[in-house]
Design a protein around this ligand. Structure first.
Ligand code: G1P
Length: 289
């Protein structure tokens, strides 16, 4: 039902300089996988197969990552290194990747509007890859798709943050319509300290209905002089319906050094080591070397 996922990935990643001086922030590895690969996996697990990536200058390695590397693959063919590429190969085969370049950085709303050509006239998901989300049972996007099936309107994922952090996020307020689900009546992009409508902060997962594109077109630059998706979503909430969903799982802000280190530790212990143990066990059972 929701087949496409948009990845705004043109930003400079200034919070992570100098690491991101010549490398896209989406390619920063968390353990042994680049950040964007976690996002693509989450989208595939939610049933999507169209990955629409909004890139910018200096982001070639993103495209290379989701493509074949004949020389490397030839070099390691027949060795035990091959299995290290298994996951990404499978992922490349189960989705198609399209790209568009955002020439100017005019905010998240503008990045999403740039992706319109790739998305077309259908509901779609948005993943901000530097928010890494994990949940053992059902991924955050899959949880949101299930809600979309029921409510058929735009949905933003939210989490409670301490009062002294609301100024870093888009913040919503709304009426709770059932457990963990709110009908949005206000949303403010990066409110000044002490003025936030609540402490429910939007994190980098959205499901958007395609009428959002027209609304973005009508949106004037807002916070920081940028075209904000939060402002376009507020219009959608006022003229129709936008839901905010307090998701199940953990989210790491990998755009900050602290969040990135936490994500690395978490993924090492809970994903990497577990996978390693289960593949060693599988080898013991099958006798495979
Ligand atoms: C963007 C959005 C903001 C949201 C945040 C989540 O801000 O504009 O509403 O809360 O992502 O990560 P950014 O972090 O790109 O400044």
């Amino acid at each position: 039902m929701i087949k496409k996922c948009l990845f705004p990935a043109a930003g400079y990643g200034t919070r992570f300089l100098p690491a991101t001086k010549s490398m896209p922030k989406e390619m920063m590895p968390v353990v042994n996988k680049p950040l964007i690969e976690y996002g693509v996996e989450e989208a595939i697990n939610a049933g999507m197969d169209g990955m629409c990536i909004v890139t910018g200058r200096g982001k070639h390695s993103l495209m290379d990552h989701f493509d074949k590397n004949y020389e490397l693959e030839h070099q390691i063919s027949g060795t035990n290194k091959e299995e290290l590429l298994e996951d990404v190969r499978e992922l490349i085969d189960s989705a198609h990747f399209t790209y568009i370049r955002q020439r100017e950085m005019k905010g998240l709303g503008h990045a999403i509007l740039t992706g319109r050509e790739l998305v077309g006239d259908e509901p779609f998901a948005v993943v901000l890859a530097d928010d890494l989300c994990v949940n053992e049972e059902q991924g955050v996007l899959a949880q949101m798709v299930a809600l979309y099936k029921q409510f058929r309107c735009s949905i933003v994922a939210v989490e409670e943050v301490p009062d002294n952090e609301t100024h870093k996020y888009g913040v919503i307020s709304g009426e709770m319509i059932k457990d963990d689900l709110y009908r949005v009546d206000n949303m403010v992009e990066k409110p000044e300290p002490g003025t936030a409508p609540s402490n429910l902060a939007i994190i980098g997962r959205y499901i958007l209905t395609p009428d959002i594109f027209e609304l973005i077109e009508q949106t004037e630059p807002g916070k920081g002089g940028e075209i904000q998706i939060t402002d376009a979503l507020l219009k959608q909430a006022q003229s129709g319906c936008v839901l905010a969903y307090k998701f199940k799982g953990k989210r790491f802000d990998c755009g900050s050094v602290e969040g990135y280190i936490e994500a690395t530790n978490h993924c090492y212990e809970n994903i990497y080591l577990k996978d390693k143990k289960s593949s060693e066990l599988a080898k013991k059972v099958t006798g495979k070397k």
